[in-house]
Design a binder for this molecule. Structure first.
Ligand code: SF4
Length: 246
C-alpha cells in the first residue's frame, strides 16, 4: 500500500529555498516551536492535505524544464519534512529518477535510519541552526540543540552539500559570543558551502493570532544593517561564503 503524506502547501516558482527556480513543498508537522516561526500553521501533524507520492511527483514534474533551465530543483520544507521520511523518500526517489535535484530544509531534530536513507537521495541540505548556545536554543525552539549538531556531523561524513541557515533576531539570537563559536565550529565542515543569514521579520505574526497563539516577539524590531553586517563578518571568518536575506 502506498504511503500517504500530509502537505501544507505547494509553491511552484520558489527562489529563496536553494539555488535556481524551485518547486517548494511545505510539509505538515513540526516538533519545534520556534518563537520566530513564520509558519505555525504547519505545526499540527494531522492537518494539511493528503497526497500519494506519485500524485505529488506528478505536480512537481510539470515544472521540470523551469527547474533544469535555472539550475534549480525541488525543496522540501515545512514544518519539518524529516517527520514524514517514508513519504519523502518515495517522492525523492521519483524526483531523482527524473534527474531532478532534491533539497531538504530541516532543523535537524529528527534522526533515524529512514532519515539516513533519505540523505542518500538528497543533493543539498538547508540546515537551520537556531542558536549555538544550548540554553538559548531551547528557549527559542523548545527542544535541545544536540540532534542538530549530530546531523551536521552525519552530513560531513556523507559529504552532503549543506547550507547553514541562521535567523538573526535582536535580543534573542544576536548573542555574538555564541555566533563566533558557531562560526568557528563550522570551519570544521568542508561540506558547508554557504551560510545564509536571514533577517527576522514579522510576516507570520498574523498566523499566530489566527491560531490563538501568543506571539512573544510582537515588540521585537527587525535587525538593523549594522547588526547584520557585524554577524555577517563573524560568519565570513576564514573565507566562508555568507549571504544575507533581508
Ligand atoms: S523548525 Fe521551522 S517550521 Fe518548525 S517551528 Fe521552527 S521555524 Fe517553524
Amino acid at each position: 500500500m502506498s504511503i500517504t503524506g500530509r502537505i501544507h502547501s505547494l509553491e511552484s516558482f520558489g527562489t529563496v529555498d536553494g539555488p535556481g527556480i524551485r518547486f517548494v513543498v511545505f510539509m505538515q508537522g513540526c516538533p519545534l516551536r520556534c518563537q520566530f516561526c513564520h509558519n505555525p500553521d504547519t505545526w499540527e501533524v494531522h492537518k494539511g492535505t493528503e497526497y500519494q507520492p506519485q500524485q505529488l511527483f506528478d505536480e512537481i514534474v510539470k515544472y521540470k524544464s523551469y527547474m533544469e533551465f535555472s539550475g534549480g530543483g525541488v525543496t522540501f520544507t515545512g514544518g519539518e519534512p524529516l517527520l514524514q521520511t517514508e513519504f519523502l523518500l518515495e517522492v525523492s526517489k521519483l524526483c531523482k529518477k527524473q534527474g531532478l535535484t532534491v533539497a531538504v530544509d530541516t532543523s535537524g531534530y529528527v534522526w533515524n535510519d529512514k532519515v539516513k536513507e533519505q540523505l542518500e537521495y538528497t543533493d543539498l541540505v538547508l540546515l537551520d541552526i537556531k542558536n549555538y548556545d544550548p540554553r538559548v536554543y531551547e528557549t527559542v525552539t523548545g527542544v535541545a540543540l544536540t540532534p542538530t549538531l549530530k546531523l551536521l556531523d552525519h552530513l560531513k561524513e556523507m559529504k552532503i552539500n549543506t547550507w547553514v541557515r541562521y535567523v538573526l533576531v535582536p535580543n534573542l539570537t544576536d548573542n555574538l559570543d555564541s555566533i563566533k563559536r558557531l562560526s568557528a565550529h563550522l570551519d570544521q565542515y568542508p561540506n558547508v558551502s554557504k551560510i545564509e543569514l536571514l533577517a527576522f521579520h514579522k510576516m507570520g505574526e498574523y498566523k499566530w493570532k489566527e491560531l490563538g497563539l501568543e506571539y512573544k516577539l510582537a515588540d521585537t524590531r527587525e535587525p538593523d544593517k549594522e547588526l547584520l553586517l557585524t554577524v555577517k563578518n563573524i560568519f565570513a571568518a576564514n573565507g566562508k561564503k555568507v549571504s544575507v536575506n533581508l
